[in-house]
Design a protein around this ligand. Sequence first.
Ligand SMILES: Nc1ncnc2c1ncn2[C@@H]1O[C@H](COP(=O)(O)OP(=O)(O)OP(=O)(O)O)[C@@H](O)[C@H]1O
Ligand SMILES: [Mg+2]
Length: 237
Amino acid sequence: MRLEIDIKAKAFKNAAGETQDVLAPVQFSLRDGEVGVLVGPSGCGKSTMLRIILGLDPDFEGAIVRPPEARIGMVFQEPRLLPWRSVEQNVRLAAPDVSDTKLAELFKILELEAHRSHFPGELSLGLARRVALARAFAVEPDILVLDEPLASLDDALAARLREEIATLVASRPVLTLLVTHSIDDAVRLGDRLFFLSPRPARIVAEVPIHIPRAARGDAEISAIKAGLNRRAERDVS
Ligand SMILES: Nc1ncnc2c1ncn2[C@@H]1O[C@H](COP(=O)(O)OP(=O)(O)OP(=O)(O)O)[C@@H](O)[C@H]1O
Ligand SMILES: [Mg+2]
């Protein structure tokens, strides 16, 4: 499985009818088991890029090659749960084949057991994000797209879910594209980090991480972060 992104341009028209360029040419590809991470300033065009990649926004110049049979798991930046369905129904509707065991396991990992029958309106944003993660994982995706999935979670829970995402990625050859503002997420989970410019977004640096995810303990992660800092200092000097 391979995902090929070749965006030439993307623009929006604002309310005044003026055209606003959102994406500059962006080209990269990802294969099975690879985790690509997009890091870039707020408003640079990351969510727009994900929508294009998922085929939700056909109005752009360029091409995306995505295997048509690929199962996609998506966590949008806003959790987007169905408000009139319970937590459990939200997950089951997205993943009708999910087994009771798998569902129980996901709810346990994400600490959602007590919230199975709650409705989205009764959840905090952090809980709603966890339901969105459960829903994405439950479909057993070939392609997993995560738009800041750990935002607004406390540090301890974010760290735990980061490990759960690492476990999921290790358990099946899922091709993952993650958007994050967190360097911790990027260096723990990524194989290739793509640093984006302010709008219109283009890739200003691509940094591969060669240490396998399973071998990244605290020392390795600190070393990778130090490498990124040195690189950033070099780039500004
Ligand atoms: N439907 C739309 N119509 C017009 N402009 C839009 C639309 N969606 C996004 N934009 C504009 O495109 C730019 C990029 O938005 P986008 O949501 O992709 O940014 P982002 O990188 O995901 O930001 P953040 O990190 O804050 O989530 C912004 O200037 C935004 O205002
Ligand atoms: Mg966004």
